[in-house]
Design a protein around this ligand. Sequence first.
Ligand SMILES: Nc1ncnc2c1ncn2[C@@H]1O[C@H](COP(=O)(O)OP(=O)(O)OP(=O)(O)O)[C@@H](O)[C@H]1O
Ligand SMILES: [Mg+2]
Length: 256
Amino acid sequence: MTKIIAIANQKGGVGKTTTAVNLATAMAAIQKKVLLIDLDPQGNASTGLGVAYTDRTQGTYEFMVGSCALSRAIKKTVVPNLFVMPASEELRGAEIEFVTEKNREVILKTALESAEFDYIYIDCPPAMGILTLNALVAAQSVLIPLQCEYYALEGLSQLLKTIKIVNENFNPRLSLEGVILTMFDSRNSLSASVEKDVRSHLGDKVYTTVIPRNVRVSEAPSHGLPAMIYDFKSSGAQAYMRLATEILKKEEKVEA
Ligand SMILES: Nc1ncnc2c1ncn2[C@@H]1O[C@H](COP(=O)(O)OP(=O)(O)OP(=O)(O)O)[C@@H](O)[C@H]1O
Ligand SMILES: [Mg+2]
């Protein structure tokens, strides 16, 4: 059974791509077969996994419109078991192009029907448009990275409403996978107060693991490497490893 997880938050710069790249790497390190789909025209996940621009001619857009098979749309990465579907140039126009398409919200879901992986993570763009809607329709669950800052809760309630709407109208199996607090700064009392608020609202939907603000995590993409590979011992990489372990434990509990 392939589990498809959309990593989404309409707010920009909250750690979606960083979480997608490093969680995917951590899962692959635990021997899972993983695909990361770069659904953001910015192409940050493709860059973060070291895909050269010349290797992005066939990717998410071509796969969605059916001009390219899965095997040709995905690339190997430096991480064994981890594959990436890069964001190609054409993805930039997709948001507008798909508007007039019939069944525009199921394009990705339909294309992924026979894909076989343990996990497919979808890195969404920072907007609630057709691309993110496609991710939410294709996925079983949504993982929400939440930056520990003042406006986080407002954005979160909007996002939870959107998930509910998608759940009621397009994808009845869609659930909230969990909320991961990112860029936590222990020297800043605001981080702790946001954490307290989010936990009191969402209880065990918030992972115990918190991702700290860590410079090694922000440096890694410029080397085309996940932080997990760039500096495995860094506090950020270790936190993503703990997150993967926590997610697997949670899944085992649900299955038991
Ligand atoms: N734990 C961390 N410690 C330090 N820097 C981080 C951490 N997580 C993310 N960053 C940095 O914060 C910035 C935003 O992160 P990221 O690109 O993952 O967010 P995003 O939600 O994918 O952004 P967008 O909405 O533009 O797609 C990046 O420069 C990234 O390197
Ligand atoms: Mg991103």
